[in-house]
Design a protein around this ligand. Sequence first.
Ligand code: ADP
Length: 642
Amino acid sequence: MSKIEKHEFQAEVKQILDLVVRSLYSNKDIFLRELVSNACDALDRRRFEAITNSDFEPEGDYEVTIQREPGDRILTVLDNGIGMSRREVVENLGTIAHSGSKEFLAALAQQGQTTPDLIGEFGVGFYASFMVADRVEVVTRRLGEDTGTLWRSSGDAEFIVEDAERAGPGTTIRLHLKAVDEENGLKDYMTEWTIREIIKRYSDFVSYPIRMEIESTDSKKKNQIETLNSMKAIWTRPKNEVTDEEYREFYKHIAHDWTDPLSHISVKLEGAVEARALLFIPSKAPLDLYYQEMSYRGIQLYVRQVFIMDECKDLMPRHLRFIKGVVDSEDLSLNVSREMLQQNRQISAVRKFLVRKIFDELRRLKQHESEKYQRFWREFGAVLKEGLVGWDDKKETILDLMLCTSSTSAGEFTGIEDYVNRMKDGQDIIYYITGPDQETLANSPHIEKFVDQGHEVLFLSDRVDEMWLQQPPEYKGKKWKSVGADDVEIGENQKQEKKDLQNKTAKPKNLLSTLQGHLSDQVKDVRLSSRMTDSPACLVSDSDELSPQLAAMLREMGQDVPRIKRILELNPDHPIVVSLQEKFEQDKNAPEIEEYALLLHGQALLAEGAELPNPTDFGTRVAQLMEKALQDSSNSRRAETP
Ligand code: ADP
């Protein structure tokens, strides 16, 4: 018995549909690209299942068919792919399935307005149908199931599903077209050449035939079924014959991204292992780039031009997971499985080769297309740096590609290589500081002396920096040192400075131990330092211990990391410290001593962008201090007036 169910679209889908139906976006042709692209994915998936079960092979070819019924203005796109079960229909065509649409919504939310161009920049997939149709019906049957499902909607708030018959597995999408409106980009999608042109433009390289019935001009002859696309795998064609537009469209097809890629890499591996690859560097990071289980479409594997699988993670290291593309192997067996790939020697040879080519291209971009490269780095730099964690021989290469800002770069990017070239004579250490953002780092007390003495300090503010800097790889023979480390050596006159400091320390020794006593829960030592020029205090870490940021990250990840006590350093020349010493000499038990210990510690935390253990307490103390300062100043003014 056929059960008819009415469903509401998920709120996000309604939002998208609302925009799509009003359809302010001018390029409406792309609806067909989206439908063809989905059909191809479904064919790919059926073919993959048929590898292990030959019953799943279709009788004829794997194909996409386009039908036109001009009388009723119905355009149909059908495939004999994997199809969808009833549950899948409700899920896939009622909620947001793919990340492009999610990004689209995120961008909408960010802009707080409905910019029509956003539809062009992001994908809305299947829902793009409603740009050209006011009613859509989908009849689909999942491979391996007997009955099908009908899904229909007018693109408003709801859709209806019921059981339906379909001759074999696959999906049929029937679009009841809106009236032609050339002015608003609605072409007549009933005409043969319009369809031909769109397919040629967006889907020519698709590896399945896209067929359409063509009316015979001779009324005595029967209509012909014609294949509209050349099906020529774009990566097998000579590079100079493929236009940039073809590359771009191919990228959009495989990556389900509507934004043009930043760059493409077309390569051929010859010799013991043979393969071709066409890889793309996207221009925008997907939202799920940092999810552990990111469902990236990544690399598609073909064997001798036959599609084998999507998401072939074994062909790309994790820190290059943003690369999209196709790899076509000459050597692998057609029924290679995911498990077999993991240890396959050919696959690892191809992977090594691809990684080298990607790095070559990145290096080229960095050298010759600086602006583009900076865009790349903003989107993917932090992912690339994941390659610096763990064991990999590519570390120096990644460091070559790294960009960051520094104490002298005024917010502009600089390369590490450039930094090394600018190092002062006798400097053999790369100085850096990590923290939450550029601004905090630029104002950090830790860099004061370095800046004062003309030493450049690199600013590293990505989360991953904390990780790889635990064991930083040498770069051009230079070691790395955090300016927030307790034992970093500053300045040229180390010996003299140390001596001066010792002399200064001799006097307030008791003060330092008293302060330490008040802060014993938070810090393991309070001492004087020549690190600062303007700030009164800062916190430094033991070189062998985890940085506080890393400790916090590990805790966030659920690890049990013990509290790490750091060292509070005071600037002996700062007026606060000088006055505190005077106060201490007058009265060792003055309540201000404890008060100032807590305030200085809190202030040092704030200066590095860290969170205070008890912000309310700190706030109250600051308020009391302000109150007292105001009272004191008006008291003294009153005393002055005769
Ligand atoms: P995307 O294709 O980018 O994931 P869509 O909104 O275009 O997003 O489609 C949503 C989902 O619906 C697809 O991921 C797929 O699972 C399913 N789907 C769409 N078209 C077809 C089809 N022709 N055959 C089988 N499944 C399909």
